[in-house]
Design a protein around this ligand. Structure first.
Ligand code: SDX
Length: 436
């Protein structure tokens, strides 16, 4: 039975249809609102606004639930691989063995990047942030692959190309930034093992793969694979909605993710923990500073637009840290500081009242440090993990017949109609009417 919401404005009553999702969440369909009432809604940051219907990811922020195509993140993190989860997110079902093998072969076939790209990296300003480089290089992929996507098969090839080449580009960019020899992908290595080898292998010091580290990287990227309509995914879909190509759309996602309030938080968390460690700042002092409304300082890695309880991904990330660091015989003081910070914050009324809990970024940097990933590459690691989500959400949006070009409205609060004033009249002491 259809459900409606009733809105009364300017003495007029409007019945608005209610859309109900498969998990019972409700949305008021306001598509007729402006036409019927002349009004728009006002919702900065779209905290209460649904931009689409989607079958890819379900989140319940109050209960800390995250599922991809219905499968709980806890089960994927424990039992799946990043490639398998990427397939699930993209295709809507877990792959058969044959489908998984075909995907792995395609990832290998697409793992190299055009040799010309090395010149791009070598001539990019040396002190550039890896996210700026990555965003530019992903945009550059369009120049190597200008074909327009018309079939599902062509789209899957683009999906595989981005998933494989962005990983290679990230490692290549790192090697070149250090003046080291570029290590090429190997067809006998799995996706994650290949990345680690491209990052850390060298002719003089061969990199030895550690099964637990490879598993940890799979888990890290699974935990980042998609997160419904977050800032960077919305950026990808907004750019795609103008029919800009998929590489430009993904490049926009990388750029949006870079911000410290979003994917750049994993880097900001480590910088915060490092500052606490180096300066010996008291945990309580840090928490107090984060509570001070006059201070712009925030407890990085804490809080979330949707999760009003512990981010389920943070729980898993913390367990992985507890397992991998001892295995690698790493005793990172920042992990202890992070745990103390969590303990103090979670018992503080300010954080309790505002439902501020650790999010995916709070422990992820600790794990990346243990793997040897440089801090300024942490957002790049997030971006690689988010690729399947961005691409799948972009495709879902392009296929959604209800979708249009993204173009929100506004409430104007500027000057009312005003006359043009010649420059001679603007400066009280000037008679000069000449142009600039
Ligand atoms: C990601 O959306 C996604 O799904 C994102 C993500 C994904 O997978 O794509 O999960 C990845 O981006 C995780 C978030 C990473 N960012 C950080 O850790 C940065 C620190 N966190 C905050 O800046 C903040 O919590 C946000 C940006 C994450 C969420 O911001 P909101 O939803 O806009 O909430 P808000 O800024 O309105 O905060 C509500 C209140 C405010 O106080 P009041 O104005 O009500 O008095 O809580 C306070 C805020 O000042 N607050 C914090 C805080 N986060 C919110 N106070 C101190 N420290 C914090 N971290």
């Amino acid at each position: 039975m259809k459900e409606y919401a009733t809105l009364t404005i300017d003495g007029k009553e409007l019945k608005l249809p209610v859309i109900i999702g498969t998990e019972g969440e409700k949305a008021i369909d306001i598509r007729s609102l402006r036409q019927e009432t002349g009004c728009i809604t006002y919702d900065p940051g779209f905290a209460n606004t649904g931009s689409c219907k989607s079958k890819i990811t379900f989140m319940n922020g109050e209960k800390g639930i995250l599922r991809h195509r219905g499968i709980p993140i806890e089960q994927l993190a424990e039992k799946s691989s990043f490639v398998e989860t990427s397939y699930l997110i993209m295709h809507g079902h877990l792959p058969t063995r044959k489908e998984l093998t075909r995907t792995s072969i395609m990832l290998n076939d697409q793992s190299m990047v055009h040799e010309d790209m090395q010149f791009f990296f070598q001539n990019y300003p040396r002190l550039s942030h890896p996210m700026g480089i990555l965003s530019a290089m992903v945009n550059a992929l369009r120049s190597f692959y200008p074909e327009i996507i018309t079939t599902q098969e062509e789209f899957e090839k683009v999906f595989i190309r981005l998933l494989s080449k962005v990983r290679t580009m990230a490692a290549m960019s790192y090697k070149i930034s250090r003046g080291h020899k570029v290590i090429y992908p190997r067809t006998d290595y799995t996706y994650c093992a290949n990345f680690l080898n491209m990052m850390f292998d060298s002719p003089v010091n061969p990199y030895r793969l550690d099964r637990d580290v490879v598993k940890a990287l799979n888990t890290f990227w699974i935990l980042h694979a998609d997160h419904e309509q977050n800032c960077s995914t919305s950026a990808v879909k907004t750019v795609g909605s103008s029919q800009a190509n998929v590489y430009a759309s993904i490049s926009a996602g990388i750029t949006a993710l870079w911000g410290p309030l979003h994917g750049g938080a994993n880097q900001a968390v480590i910088e915060m923990l490092t500052a606490i460690h180096k300066k010996g700042v008291g945990i309580s002092e840090v928490v107090e500073k984060a509570k001070n409304r006059r201070s712009s300082f925030r407890l990085m890695g804490f809080g979330h637009r949707v999760y009003k309880t512990y981010d389920p991904r943070a729980k898993i990330m913390k367990k992985v840290c507890d397992k991998v660091l001892p295995k690698l015989k790493i005793n990172d003081p920042l992990l202890e500081i992070a745990k103390q910070l969590e303990e103090v914050a979670l018992s503080d009324q300010y954080f309790v009242d505002k439902n501020l809990y650790p999010n995916v970024d709070f422990y992820s940097g600790i794990l990346l440090r243990a793997m040897g990933i440089p801090t300024n590459m942490f957002p790049v690691m997030f971006a690689i993990g988010r690729l399947p989500g961005w691409i799948a959400q972009w495709k879902e949006n392009m296929d959604d017949k209800e979708q249009k070009i993204t173009r929100p409205r506004q409430i104007y609060t500027g000057l009312n109609k005003s006359p043009y004033i010649p420059i001679s009249k603007r400066d009280s002491d000037s008679e000069d009417d000449s142009d600039y």
